[in-house]
Design a protein around this ligand. Sequence first.
Ligand code: TXA
Ligand code: MG
Length: 306
Amino acid sequence: MAILRRGGLVAFPTETVYGLGADASNPAAVARIYKVKGRPAGHPVIVHIGDVGQLVRWAREIPEAATKLAARFWPGPLTLVLRRAPGVGSQLTGGQDTVGLRIPGHPVALRLLREFDGGIAAPSANRFGRISPTTAEHVRMDLGSEVDLVLDGGACEIGIESTIVDLSRGRPVLLRPGRIAAGEIAATLGVAPLSRDSDAPRAPGTLAAHYAPRQPLRLIESDRWERSVRGISHGRGVLSFRSPPEGDLSTMWIEASRQPNQYGHDLYAHLRALDSSGCDRILVEEPPATADWAAIRDRLGRARSG
Ligand code: TXA
Ligand code: MG
């Protein structure tokens, strides 16, 4: 608490990924987040709050859709983009007229937020463009001594970042898929969210080439798997739904869960393990093109090279 109040950085667990937190109302503290992450300026950050009552401090308009989604999914893995209240710092909003808000569903995060009784700005606690951390150890490896404190809450339950829904322009827009699926948003609102379009507010974390391991990652369609990987045996790291063939020479072969929630929980830890296995390329078998895999397919699509 003292660290946050004096403008320091506290990494903390959420149910999605670890966040790199700073006092959202302290511009110098927020500037430090950018510096430590190596994130270019102009990227908005999510303001985490501990209570729905705090929405009015950050948003100048709370549409009915926001009230409904908050009641249904908060605390939880959902970020709402709303028109920002006057005085909300532009370093939080990337200079836009909106602010991203979420109440995370993790006991450690909630306790921190409620004791702090203010907004905590927190992007994922990784260096810009790299894989989000899902354990305290990942945070220490990525950011080490540049963070004042890392709160250890074990491995994140969900493992991929929150669903982001923009409610600042009338019709809801899904800016980033996540565990809460478009269908659940639609069922709650009675109207399906639009998918991102050129008009949507910028959400730079949703750029292609994000969440990337260092080694080149290739996604391979399941029915081409045998043919595609046959020629490549040495130097490969594999994430596949299959078990390794007899006498396999891969540097590392991880047999992935066929259950999307478990797959998402494990995904970033698996990518990190493959990345540091000494392989020179990572081959990933594409998950099915069904709604329950949408968020995972989104992240894999960004992790691939080229
Ligand atoms: O699960 C999560 O959302 C995690 C945990 C720590 O809460 N946070 C996270 O933050 O993923 P970050 O900064 O890595 O990604 C936030 C995404 C970025 O793509 C950013 O552009 C978008 O949210 N975003 C934040 N505020 C926005 C706004 N006002 N308008 C549009 N996009 C916004
Ligand atoms: Mg991030």
